[in-house]
Design a protein around this ligand. Sequence first.
Ligand SMILES: Cc1cc2nc3c(=O)[nH]c(=O)nc-3n(C[C@H](O)[C@H](O)[C@H](O)COP(=O)(O)OP(=O)(O)OC[C@H]3O[C@@H](n4cnc5c(N)ncnc54)[C@H](O)[C@@H]3O)c2cc1C
Length: 337
Amino acid sequence: MELKTDFSLKAFNTFKVEAAAARYVRFDSENEIVDFLGRNPLDGGRRLVLGGGSNVLFVDDFNGTVLHPLLKGIQVVKSGRQHIWIRAMAGENWDDLVAFAVDNGWGGIENLSLIPGSVGASAVQNIGAYGVEVKDLIDTVEAISIHSPEKIRFTPNDCRFGYRSSKFKGRWAGQFIITAVVFKLNRKADFVLAYPGVKSAVERLGPVTVETVRQAIVSIRQRKLPDPALIGNAGSFFKNPVIDGRALDGMLKLDPDLPHYPQGDGSYKLAAGWLIERCGWKGRGMGRAAVHDRQALVLVNLGGATGLEILELSEQVSGAVQAMFGIELDREVLVVP
Ligand SMILES: Cc1cc2nc3c(=O)[nH]c(=O)nc-3n(C[C@H](O)[C@H](O)[C@H](O)COP(=O)(O)OP(=O)(O)OC[C@H]3O[C@@H](n4cnc5c(N)ncnc54)[C@H](O)[C@@H]3O)c2cc1C
């Protein structure tokens, strides 16, 4: 465990903005978390559980406690004829877990290759990409309550997973430190290749295997998305809006080209990046922050931008979409005031 005061978080957020935490605590084991919370009740104070910082925007210094569980370890906990259960600690890098599964030939997780961040946050965010969401792989989420430092296990049903959301992001925000997640993977892969461009990219590499799917996804992502190691960003800043059929009809009258994807329940998902591009914001900057020139859903730090500058850019962008389409964009990124 390591406890620091007035600690810079610049290296701990992929936007690479400067922000200091009044107090920062790094944990290397579950027992350290239980001990710390037992001795330092955090009930009243501001607190933030941090993973890889790839979906947060610090707008100012954080005048509370940042809790950083860097617990490591991946183990097989159960093995059946068709499935295999692996338990990964919250501080494991998400893509290392995907690589581990793929190296062993276990399927279900390969479409989620190269998503930045930690295993713990994957359950908070219900991460998803290329037709797969992590909620369909999660067996159990293990956590420690901030209030009464005891270990709790949640089923997927408890977690109320939705599109890039869960109870950990809603009502339970700041209440639990996720310590580990158990995933149920397939021994015999059941590939999801329907997302546009995926099947052809895989087939170019050879027979469809978990390895070729991973390779294809990695190369698609490397082509399309800015690498946070080179240019600060947090992936999609906004969620794709979901609207009902009537709202869609109205929008199609305004713009017949509007891409829309039926969700199977009468609702339609729109591409927020397309709406932003249509408003003329793709590639446009505001000071040291900009909308990425290849993927309009991603805001980037061109170098030295403050969190406030990025937030102000995001407000201009969402204001433009609201004015042109009457749609309010929800943020995917957690803005930490
Ligand atoms: C280039 C790029 C591409 C991306 N592509 C995708 C994508 O395709 N699909 C997708 O879904 N996301 C994507 N993201 C977003 C991001 O990778 C995910 O949201 C990821 O799960 C965030 O993980 P993190 O560890 O960095 O979490 P953080 O940003 O540190 O935290 C995110 C949230 O989780 C909470 N949290 C983190 N760890 C814990 C824990 N142990 N216990 C309790 N709460 C916790 C935080 O409080 C916060 O609310 C992308 C980001 C980038 C930069």
